[in-house]
Design a protein around this ligand. Structure first.
Ligand SMILES: Nc1ncnc2c1ncn2[C@@H]1O[C@H](COP(=O)(O)OP(=O)(O)OP(=O)(O)O)[C@@H](O)[C@H]1O
Ligand SMILES: [Mg+2]
Length: 302
């Protein structure tokens, strides 16, 4: 059995002539947070719908928890909690009642209701009707509805979308504790890298239906060019020497900004700058937005 809780091979879905998901091979490690990134229309929701067997795939296969989704649909889905494109709930009922309905329908133990309300921090509001909840609270109720099934895997489509900064932080903390304390694998989609950058262990990037990157966040960060910010006693002359030696250098305010690469590494920059007495030097790695630009040629919000 593989260590991947989700594994797809050549997963493909077309709508008419348009290939919305184009032969993607997802590898989602167990016990981690996997961030599935892509611009509007990239194919995130279509992929997630196939993972949840809400729509059929045209080609390819899905293995979840070591089983074939086609063959063991029921067994697999019983162990997945999901939230796709917003929660559904009875607005005129309180959170507690909403969860009770799910427990009744699905024959789940009602003792868990208070526990999951506590986890998503809705316990103090459990008797208030849901229609008065904030967007973030409704989103947390959606997650509670997924958690009540005691899932091994949570699949969340844009759980952060539309939340204010405090709401985003709440959901982030919740993801981290669900993963680290309860051992739940989380697969979440987003179209804004910075929203999941701080919590995801593994990143998959989908663009026009194709998976263009899949690896750890560290590997993604490695793709970022390191930059040096340098101040010397003679900036004009240092600039001239560096650029005539082929360095990617710009004068930015008081500092020279040099992008390092294979040809122009830190040692070489030091060597070239020796005659100019360096007063100050600092290093910075590019943001993941810069990496996006390098990977996809589009702006940070994919
Ligand atoms: N039911 C459908 N019928 C026709 N086309 C569809 C259908 N569902 C999705 N598509 C198309 O498939 C492509 C991928 O859509 P999808 O909803 O998966 O993107 P997404 O990454 O979730 O985007 P968003 O960030 O806007 O939610 C889009 O071009 C979309 O128009
Ligand atoms: Mg979507």
């Amino acid at each position: 059995m593989s260590n991947y809780i989700i594994e797809t091979n050549g997963l493909t879905r077309r709508f008419g002539q348009h290939v919305s998901v184009d032969h993607i091979d997802l590898r989602v490690p167990e016990g981690k947070i996997y961030g599935f990134l892509g611009a509007n229309g990239a194919g995130k929701t279509t992929t997630i719908r196939m993972l949840l067997s809400l729509i059929r795939a045209d080609e390819g296969s899905v293995q979840i928890m070591g089983r074939s989704l086609e063959k063991d649909r029921e067994k697999i889905l019983r162990n997945i909690g999901s939230l796709v494109e917003g929660p559904s709930y009875y607005g005129h009922l309180p959170a507690y009642k909403n969860l009770k309905i799910i427990c009744k329908l699905m024959d789940l133990p009602e003792e868990d209701i208070d526990k999951v309300l506590d986890i998503v921090r809705l316990a103090p509001y459990k008797k208030q009707t849901v229609k008065g909840y904030s967007l973030g609270m409704k989103q947390r109720l959606g997650i509670a509805q997924a958690l009540i099934r005691r899932p091994k895997l949570l699949i969340l489509d844009e759980p952060i979308n539309g939340l204010d900064p405090a709401g985003i932080q709440e959901i982030r903390n919740l993801m981290l504790s669900l993963c680290h304390e309860q051992g739940i694998t989380i697969f979440l989609s987003s179209h804004i890298l910075s929203e999941i950058q701080s919590i995801a262990d593994e990143i998959g990037i989908i663009q026009n239906g194709k998976l263009i990157f899949q690896d750890s966040i560290q590997e993604l960060e490695k793709k970022s060019p390191t930059k040096l910010f340098v101040r010397t006693e003679n900036q004009q002359e240092a600039f001239r020497v560096l650029s005539s030696s082929g360095a990617d250098v710009v004068l930015q305010g008081e500092e020279l900004l040099i992008s390092l690469n294979g040809q122009m590494d830190q040692a070489k920059v030091f060597h070239l700058l020796q005659p100019f007495s360096v007063q100050h030097m600092r290093e910075s790695t590019a943001s993941l937005e810069d990496i996006f630009l390098a990977l996809t040629g589009t702006e940070g919000s994919l």
